[in-house]
Design a protein around this ligand. Sequence first.
Ligand SMILES: [Zn+2]
Length: 328
Amino acid sequence: MSLLVQPRLINDPTGDPGLYLDFQFGRRAILFDLGDTSPLSPRELFRVSHVFVSHAHMDHIAGLERLLRLRLHRPQPLTILGPDGFVDQIQNRLGSYSWNLLDDSSVDFRLVAQAFDGTRITEAAEFPARKRFARLEMPVPSLACGVVLSEPEFEVHAAALDHGIPSLAFAFRQRERFSVWRSALDELGLPVGPWIDEAKKALRDGRGDEHEITVPGARKVQIGVLRRRVFRASPGQNFAYVTDAADTRANRARIVDLARGADQLFIEAVFLDEDRDFASATNHLTARAAGEIAGSADVRRVIPFHFSARYGGSFSELAEEVSAAFSR
Ligand SMILES: [Zn+2]
């Protein structure tokens, strides 16, 4: 079965945190955190539609300059979301440049900034290049609690963690997938066409068996027939990205809720357990805590990152500590 997205860490585990989610179909990508993006090509950055930023420490947002500079002369809009106060932070960033060369004849690029308070999006503003990035308030999208993006094929969920300041963790959850038995289409005399997407949507929405889909030739077919004979359902992919969080009971509970059952959990493992005093002083997770959380969340695979430079290039101990705690 084809995969919707392919996630990969942008940097090696000692570099800036960040995850690039590459969509297999359609030229599109999503970024989680925006620190050093030098391993990503301009082509890869052109595809980014949304950036979800955990918090505004420099190693998570310093890459905004490169992304903005690349995107400034292309019309595809870009949405960037972060914790409380994030819209003001983006406005301040944009305010530090001279934009006198932009006017109504410039490319219609728009940066949309949103702030999420741990429950919902509380603020949204648009910064159009043609208005020299002046701030225009926007209505906040009405989404379910904990959801920051909802599309027909997937949702992105978020949770606010304590890192001395709020730090957001994210989960990408693909909805149930439906693939088509071509032989069944032939048997029923049904052509391939846009009606298949309509049928998939009806299945995802849980429509009853009698619900009818119109196929070419003005024929109507009941969704129940399609469900039994034409479509094969399988669970969607599920990834979680967790970084910069203190090891507190509340954080653990929130991460476990967010990452439960994930196919892959990308989670920081900054210090060894023997250095947990450093971890608590800087509000980070130890490798052991990361492994324990991954175990409690019952994820299939845990990928640790954000290793402290104090271990001088030998990270096997950190990775082993995560694995040991995970398998316990
Ligand atoms: Zn931080």
